[in-house]
Design a protein around this ligand. Structure first.
Ligand code: COA
Length: 372
């Protein structure tokens, strides 16, 4: 029996922030901080903050802009975080709302309705509440019978969720499953951190997995295999959690938002992903030369160029390794699926590609696909 991906969806926020806009706001914050703390800086008790730079951001990351749910709050130098209105329990949550949008698109692409779906798995790096699960709210909003649950493996949540859906379909507990990744990354980004204030954007992706009934749509992909790998690392962390209050920890401390040692992450993760994809291909009796598409996690352009070069033994063309991070920045679990969603219609029947996400944990997940 085989399992197919028959549709995908992408919710993109209507607002965006260019590097120049982000840097202008950051630099205003720096100037007012340095002015307010002039005495302490002069006496050596405090370090002066240093301006950020648009050209630096583009050069080290490849990011040119990001889509966001709220631009004004982020760019206000006195606020520097999105401003999202708290919703009542009777209203749909923001995360479920964008998830429903992406799921509807995936179902429409696949020619399926809610009656056809057996489960919803929501995989993302940050969930806006502990419970009830966002996935169950999505299930309710779409009128889907069956089961739904949330899971979090940071940026790799999408591929880890796809493996769960794949195995549930193979084992016969479900026939069609929506996997959805509503990643509102600007909620956990420290916009006062010069090293990383440019990294993230917001988006939501969805894919529909289904049992092959021998009657697939023309745009379907067969899943040839999935493979996951984790290895503990403190180099990407977020200590926000439900024990912060009982521990009386400082909720304003930087470690309650995303924090990383980007250099170390880069060095550790590049060979990890290279080895992972090569091993996965070997296990599926495929050669590197069989790969015509690399839909990689979208965190850093240089990183993706380095990974693809190590795998292919040469530079990947723009078509072979689609890049969306210039426009979307890092959208965590959504990134590799955005690359897939926007760049799969021109692939020929029989061609093989790999979706690969990677990030905190460390975690790496790959899904090898063949176009039907
Ligand atoms: N503007 C201008 N200069 C800046 C800056 C900014 N916003 N932020 C840092 N710099 C400076 C630093 O002070 C440093 O200066 P120094 O060399 O004089 O000390 C220099 O730029 C290099 O900083 P560094 O942080 O080492 O840059 P980098 O080349 O490692 O790039 C990242 C930073 C975050 C873009 C990069 O490390 C990265 O993307 N890593 C992988 C992260 C990743 O994939 N994470 C997964 C998340 S899901």
């Amino acid at each position: 029996m085989s399992v197919l991906i028959t549709g995908s969806g992408l919710y993109t926020p209507s607002q965006s922030i260019s590097n120049d806009e982000l840097v202008e706001s950051y630099n205003k914050y720096v100037d007012s901080y340095n002015l307010e703390n002039e005495e302490a800086i002069k006496s050596g008790d405090l370090m002066a903050l240093v301006h950020s730079d648009s050209d630096f951001i583009k050069k080290v990351s490849g990011i040119e802009q990001r889509f966001v749910l709220d631009k004004d709050g982020i760019l206000d130098p006195k606020r520097m975080r999105p401003s999202l209105k708290e919703r009542s329990d009777e209203e749909i949550s923001i995360q479920a709302e964008i998830a429903v949008d992406a799921c509807k698109q995936a179902m429409e692409k696949a020619g399926r309705s809610a009656d056809d779906i057996d489960a919803v798995i929501c995989g993302c790096a940050n969930l806006q509440r502990a419970y009830p699960a966002i996935a169950i709210e999505v299930q309710e909003s779409l009128n889907i019978e069956g089961y739904a649950y949330d899971m979090n493996v940071a940026c790799s949540s999408s591929t880890f969720a796809i493996q769960n859906a794949y195995n549930d379909i193979l084992s016969g507990v479900a026939e069609r499953i929506l996997v959805v990744n509503p990643d509102i990354c600007t909620g956990h980004l420290n916009f006062r951190d010069r090293d990383g204030h440019f990294i993230f954007g917001d988006a939501c992706t969805s894919v529909l997995l289904e049992k092959d009934t021998g009657n697939p749509q023309s745009n379907a992909f067969e899943i040839l295999g999935t493979k996951l790998k984790t290895k503990f690392s403190n180099n990407i962390r977020n200590n926000f959690g439900f024990l912060n209050k009982p521990e009386d920890s400082n909720s304003e401390a930087p470690d309650k938002l995303f924090i990383q040692n980007g250099r170390k992450v880069y060095k550790d993760v590049v060979p990890m992903v290279e080895g992972h994809i090569k091993t996965h291909l070997e296990e599926l009796n495929l050669e590197v030369s069989d790969l015509s598409r690399l839909w990689l996690h979208q965190a850093n352009l240089n990183m993706n160029e380095s990974i693809s070069k190590r795998i292919l033994g040469r530079d990947a063309s723009e078509k072979e390794m689609p890049i969306v991070l210039n426009e979307y920045a890092n959208t965590s679990s959504a990134g590799s699926i955005i690359a897939f969603h926007k760049n799969n219609s021109d692939i020929n029947a029989g061609e093989v590609g790999v979706i690969c996400s990677f990030g905190a944990g460390y975690s790496v997940g790959s899904v090898v696909l063949r176009k039907l």
